[in-house]
Design a binder for this molecule. Structure first.
Ligand code: SF4
Length: 430
């Protein structure tokens, strides 16, 4: 029988007490961290957003982990991050409040993107397009790597936790390659060469809604921890009501031997899932085929990532006032659809690499590359009547300016929807 993975789950308003208790339940910091060692902490600081947005790991959670780790007398504690593609890590450290906290604690913030001393590591048995990964020597030679994700809903991955956060140890070039073919598999390939020995998850104010770009923070007040990234993510989903059958990367993670997914092979320590249950608002899970009846939505064979992006983009079309004027368009995700030949090509948007095959019958359709595609690509393609997928200069010239232009109206739309959800007025999207 498979050995059970232990996941510590603690809920209270006191972040430091929660973190210390999680370490204790997992064996105590003296058993987890050897004295005189270098300890790398890898929070999620991928975007330049302040702590109250819940986009990045809460600085107070990182502080609590630093203070706990200090009890084991390490030689050095370092906070490491490579921010999202196109984002400046140092700006992210500063805006998120991580830098100020790190200075107060006497800990260095290390920008992986600026490190030139890289080692090429072969990914043996790779399953994505990533057969080699360039990683900083400093990260590889650290004695301990503690993964510090924040729990959040995630537009292209359904949710983001421990498994996804390790994606942030690579520089932009590898990161872009990971997005080209199969991001889920590429994430697992990176994990296989850069394993964290401990995962402490910040679920103090988890991000629900259309996170990461339009999160709605909720007061969950939990910290979770485990040596097993699959198990900690699974428990995080259970405690926040996320239907894991809609999360494609769990299966892949378990198959690749990263950890235990089945709840029968997980032991929850501390509080129970029932004690802590706090459902998140994730408005992009469920049947998408009839949710926007003014459009012809075909989504057979689409995985959870493209389904989530479909939902976000259709709602964003409404938010920016471009929904009605484009009624009647056919939007396709996944590779198992029938697309009648008599639909004019300029009325068809093919979203994601899976839909490339339909170009044979509809060569003039808008085809958005990516697996998954760039987050706002679909609504911008429909709105602008040109294919927007982030290739060439589109990221800088079109995508970022449009997102900045639409940010306020999208924010107001999402928070108004959340109010309806809290009042029980929303009937779909959960
Ligand atoms: S293109 Fe979309 S539906 Fe196809 S595998 Fe990639 S993310 Fe999933």
């Amino acid at each position: 029988m498979r050995k059970k993975s232990q996941v510590a789950l603690i809920k209270s308003d006191d972040i430091q007490a929660n973190v210390s208790k999680v370490f204790d339940l997992l064996g105590g910091v003296d058993n987890l961290i050897k004295p005189g060692t270098v300890v790398m902490l890898k929070p999620n600081v991928g975007h330049a957003e302040p702590a109250d947005t819940s986009v990045c790991t809460n600085p107070e959670v990182v502080r609590a982990v630093i203070r706990e780790v200090k009890k084991a007398n390490p030689k050095e504690i370092v906070i490491a991050e490579a921010a999202a593609i196109g984002c400046d890590t140092e700006e992210c450290f500063r805006v998120s409040g991580i830098k100020e906290m790190a200075d107060e604690e006497g800990v260095e913030c290390y920008d992986i993107k600026r490190d030139k001393d890289l080692v090429t590591v072969a990914v043996r048995g790779y399953r994505s397009n990533i057969n080699k990964v360039k990683l900083p020597r400093r990260l590889l030679e650290a004695d301990h790597l503690i993964n510090l994700p924040i729990l959040k809903a995630h537009a292209s991955m359904v949710f983001s936790g421990a498994l996804k956060n390790i994606k942030g140890v690579v520089q932009d070039k590898v990161h872009m390659d990971m997005h080209k073919k199969d991001l889920t598999m590429a994430m697992m390939d990176v994990w296989s060469v850069c394993k964290a020995d401990l995962n402490i998850m910040d679920a103090h104010r988890a991000a629900s809604g259309y996170s990461p770009h339009m999160p709605v923070p909720i007061e969950t007040h939990m910290i979770l921890g485990s040596k097993d990234p699959v198990a900690v993510d699974r428990v995080a989903c259970e405690v926040t009501g996320i239907d894991t059958s809609g999360v494609s990367y769990f299966k892949v993670a378990e198959e690749t031997g990263l950890g235990n997914y089945d709840m029968d092979s997980i032991e929850v320590l501390g509080h129970t899932i029932k004690d802590c249950y706090f459902p998140m608002w994730i408005p992009y899970i469920g049947d998408m085929s009839k949710r926007w009846p003014e459009y012809d939505v075909k989504c057979d064979g689409g995985c959870s990532s493209c389904q989530a992006l479909l939902a976000i983009n259709m709602e964003e079309l409404k938010a920016v006032g471009a929904y009605d004027e484009n009624k009647g368009m056919t939007v396709v995700i996944g590779g198992l659809n029938d697309i009648p030949k008599d639909i004019p090509d300029d009325k068809i948007v093919l979203h994601g690499n899976c839909t490339k095959k339909y170009l044979k019958d509809h060569p003039g359709a808008y085809h958005i590359l990516g697996c998954p595609p760039n987050e706002p690509a679909l609504y911008l393609t429909i709105q602008r009547h040109e294919t927007i997928d982030g290739t060439g200069d589109q990221e800088d010239e079109i995508i970022r300016p449009c997102m900045a232009r639409d940010a306020q109206v999208w924010h107001d739309y999402v928070f108004a929807k959340f109010e309806e959800y809290e009042k029980g007025n929303l009937t779909e999207g959960f």
